[in-house]
Ligand binder design. Structure first.
Ligand code: PGA
Length: 270
């Protein structure tokens, strides 16, 4: 009998809604390729078969780590999925410092985070630019994780629903109904990112409902129901379960708590 490999640990769809959960580690600008190798080896040691069957687990390291992690994951047949944090919406050319979707897909990257609030705020990414990235990721046969979320002032003004609908609609302008199931939407309220103040489970469920209602209005209910909605923003081992239990949510996008393999394993096992 051959050793078990990724195909034996494929995540099973949630029987409540048919969607496969996705738990993603957004490392941001942390962990060089040597630290990344050590972290993934440790994570693999800590995770059990049931964890991989519960949810697909994607790792989004800095670009410089991708090739090392691809080799590690494939050589050791780890049931972990590679992701990226960003890309540029052109296939090649004079775009100094950028990385194209096709370069990522050659490394067997499956998911690409698009429109993270840090990209929107620190690098001035507009909804229109984010829409081009969503299109480019799909065209390169990868799956975008589109981040949306309101700021503190918008929340105080009661504008959360409106902000989320606008961001979702604008980012998906060029997506066709038959492709919609490939899109993952991460609800990440800006005030919750890296602050230790997560949203409540109720707020996250309401936001996920707004996102799905927007998708249903713009597309068809049956395709809108295929879209996975994650929650992100100060997720840790203590609060992960409350989000994962919600029927409205299909997973988590984890920043700070994903850098330590033990903490991230506890989030997954929550
Ligand atoms: P955090 O980051 O978990 O550190 O709040 C989440 C994110 O920015 O994706």
């Amino acid at each position: 009998m051959s050793a078990k490999g990724p195909e034996d640990y494929a995540a099973k769809p949630n029987p409540r809604n048919g969607r496969t959960r996705l738990i993603s580690a957004n490392w941001k600008m942390n962990l060089n390729h040597l630290e990344a190798i050590a972290a993934v080896q440790k994570l693999f040691y800590l995770l059990r078969p049931a964890d991989y069957r519960y949810a697909e687990i994607s790792l989004h390291p800095p670009f410089t780590d991708l090739r090392s992690l691809q080799l590690l994951i494939e050589t050791d047949r780890m049931p972990l999925v590679l992701g990226a944090q960003n890309t540029y919406p052109e296939s090649s050319g004079a775009f100094t410092g950028e990385v194209s979707p096709s370069m990522l897909s050659r490394l067997n990257v499956k998911y690409v985070i698009v429109g993270h609030s840090e990209r929107r705020e620190l690098f001035g990414e507009s909804d229109a630019f984010i829409a081009r990235k969503v299109r480019a990721v799909l065209d390169a046969s990868m799956l975008p994780i589109l981040c949306v979320g309101e700021g503190e002032e918008e929340r105080q003004a009661g504008r959360t629903g409106e902000v989320l609908s606008d961001q979702v609609e604008r980012a998906l302008v060029s997506v066709k109904a038959e492709e919609l199931g490939k899109v993952v939407v991460a609800y990440e309220p800006k005030w919750a990112i890296g602050t230790g103040n997560s949203a409540t489970a109720t707020d996250a469920a309401d936001a996920a409902s707004v996102i799905r209602a927007t998708l249903t209005e713009r597309f068809r209910a049956e395709v809108a129901n295929e879209v996975r909605v994650q929650y992100g923003g100060s997720v840790n081992a203590g609060n992960a379960r409350a989000f994962l239990e919600l029927p409205e949510l299909d997973g988590l996008l984890v920043g700070g708590a994903s850098l330590d393999p033990e903490a991230f394993a506890r989030v997954i096992q929550a």
